[in-house]
Ligand binder design. Structure first.
Ligand code: NAD
Ligand code: TDX
Length: 343
């Protein structure tokens, strides 16, 4: 029975992965998580104690990391500072966790000869034109735009160097935008759903023509489990589910799905350096490892996600006011109230 260490397992995608692994494998799971503003123990409630344990700690703590890595067969590394807007306001924590944290883990897996899987993002490739016929592949050159994506790119390169120079058995996956339960209310989809619940108009950055390639968190989890079990050491796999939608259409779909007028949102200050379009070609993962997504219907997935936030207000309510206060303090301003704005 495999024992795995999941870093960042109290965050959005890490907690979804832990639930997925509990259901679809017999692995024993240890989560190490610092419980930053983004970590939430409530996302890991009711897991079987005989297969799951939680350790609060920082992945830059070399002694702790060494002690934990020694006891497992493999490390799945999700922990990161993950929000682009925060990285524009204060890049420091992104360098500490994303770069130094990954370095600390790599040194421990090198010392103890353990398998490592590194979770990364399609943002390392920069962005695409709206009409570009090509999507990102494993061969696309790195070209990150933000402090967040540049630290993720740096961490990917560290993993590659530890494979080549020290023979560490590691794989990397770069995934597109995830949605689903347990996502922090600072992120695009949960922010709009919880705004509407609170009677606040959704906030669209700039024109909203920006495209994201949406994948359900469960499909990300099934891909990572597949790579962990069948992936070839030293290889990178792109994870995506052909879910391209522009932000404007997603806001309209959320409003309609919650019984509101589709134009009842505000256009607000655009994100500096805002990437225009991400799109993943996941042919390698599908053909070489036989993975397929099972949540292909974005409309159905979005409806289930809206329902989850409506049913789990206790989970997100404690973060909501602080998150909106942070956006206001960062200078977010309404540019063009749409037709339905109150006069
Ligand atoms: P998240 O912000 O929801 O969760 C991050 C978790 O890491 C939190 O629980 C936090 O407490 C923990 N953490 C932060 N710093 C830590 C430290 N120094 N030591 C230990 N724990 C620490 O992020 P997420 O959206 O779940 O993203 C998880 C991973 O997936 C990240 O590596 C991110 O780059 C990657 N990713 C995210 C997406 C997406 O759409 N959200 C897409 C592709 C890849
Ligand atoms: O209120 C908003 N209004 C808005 O229009 C917010 C919070 C965002 N946006 C836009 C910006 C992006 O074009 O929506 C899109 C998605 O924004 P985020 O949820 O902040 O995600 P993004 O910046 O695309 O990055 C996400 O996907 C890749 C994750 O946060 C990263 O961790 C992951 O690497």
């Amino acid at each position: 029975m495999m024992q795995i260490l999941v870093t960042g397992g109290a965050g959005f995608i890490g907690s979804n992965f832990v639930h997925y692994v509990m259901k679809h494998s017999d692995f024993q799971v240890t989560v190490v998580d610092k419980l930053t503003y983004a970590g939430n123990l409530a996302s890991l409630a009711n897991l079987p104690t005989e297969r799951f344990r939680f350790v609060q700690g920082d992945i830059t703590d070399a002694q702790l990391v060494d002690r934990l890595v020694r006891t497992v067969d493999a490390v799945v590394h999700y922990a990161a500072e993950s929000h682009n807007d925060n990285s524009l306001a204060d890049p420091g924590p992104f360098l500490a966790t994303n770069i130094m944290g990954t370095y600390t883990l790599l040194e421990a897996v090198r010392k103890h000869g353990k398998r490592f899987h590194h979770i990364s993002t399609d943002e390392v490739y920069g962005d695409l034109a709206l009409d570009d016929p090509y999507r990102f592949t494993e061969h696309t050159p790195y070209n990150p735009s933000s402090p967040y994506s540049s630290t993720k790119a740096g961490s990917d390169l560290l993993v590659r160097a530890w494979v080549r120079s020290f023979g560490v058995a590691a794989t990397i996956s770069n995934c597109s935008n995830n949605y689903g339960p347990y996502q922090h209310v600072e992120k695009f989809i949960p922010r709009q759903i919880t705004n509407i619940i609170d009677g606040i108009r959704p906030k669209l950055y700039g024109s909203g023509e920006n495209v994201r390639d949406w994948i359900h968190a469960d499909d990300h989890s099934s891909a990572v489990l597949t790579i962990l079990e069948k992936g070839v050491s030293g290889e990178t796999y792109l994870i995506g589910a052909d879910g391209e939608h522009n932000n404007k259409s997603v806001i309209e779909a959320i409003l309609s799905g919650m019984g509101k007028s589709a134009d009842d949102y505000d256009q607000v200050t655009d994100r500096p350096g805002h990437d225009l379009r991400y799109a993943i070609d996941s042919t390698k993962l599908r053909t070489e490892l036989g993975w397929t997504p099972s949540h292909a219907d974005f409309t159905a997935g979005l409806a289930a996600t809206i329902h989850w936030y409506q049913a789990n207000e206790d989970w997100w309510r404690p973060q909501k006011t602080a998150t909106e206060t942070k956006y206001a303090a960062a200078g977010e301003q309404t540019l063009y109230p749409t037709a339905a704005a109150p006069q």
